[in-house]
Design a protein around this ligand. Sequence first.
Ligand SMILES: CC(C)(COP(=O)(O)OP(=O)(O)OC[C@H]1O[C@@H](n2cnc3c(N)ncnc32)[C@H](O)[C@@H]1OP(=O)(O)O)[C@@H](O)C(=O)NCCC(=O)NCCS
Length: 185
Amino acid sequence: MLRISQPIATARLILRPFASADLDDVWAYQKLPEVAHHMLWPARTRDQSERAVDQMVTEDALAGEGDCLSLAVVWPDVGRVVGQVELVWLSQEHRQGELGYVFNPRYRGRGLATEAAAEMLRLGFGELDLHRIVGRCSAQNSASARLLERLGMRREAHFIHNVRLKGEWKEELVYAMLQQEWRST
Ligand SMILES: CC(C)(COP(=O)(O)OP(=O)(O)OC[C@H]1O[C@@H](n2cnc3c(N)ncnc32)[C@H](O)[C@@H]1OP(=O)(O)O)[C@@H](O)C(=O)NCCC(=O)NCCS
């Protein structure tokens, strides 16, 4: 069981559960086609982002398999939510999790997404005692693949046409890290 009841401070960021008031900041990036391009969802309307935020507001804990922890990433330098990170509890028996992240392009290229994602690895390995965490991305999503590599994750798979997304067959990369690897980095 992992519940986030207090904001978490990293070197430059605050990670905290979502609030309804985050809608403007979240829609600012979820509405962008360039952001949605590699996601399962299309560029969102404000109503769609409102529903997404309402859902993320409830995702403040990992109580059991299948749960998703979604955290708003606040960069105090700009006083806004600059992105979102998530950790899904894939399997309790096998102690597996999956990492996810989406950032506003205005705030990219500074290592902020890597910093927030590294904190999610700490929560998953250090607090929830997961054995293995995976990160998946489209093979065309080089920024995401580089982020997973910066975290020290290993590329385990390159699937060809395993997903049909937005009318096209996609290639998918799977990265992973074990708790023992995380502890030795
Ligand atoms: C994936 C995504 C979060 C990556 O964003 P990003 O800005 O590249 O990631 P970071 O914030 O960690 O910044 C890393 C970049 O900043 C640079 N950087 C600058 N200062 C840095 C620092 N202090 N620490 C680390 N990197 C730093 C890095 O070199 C890197 O640039 P490079 O990739 O050109 O080498 C972003 O592209 C995104 O939100 N995409 C849309 C949604 C998406 O694809 N989500 C993932 C689905 S699988």
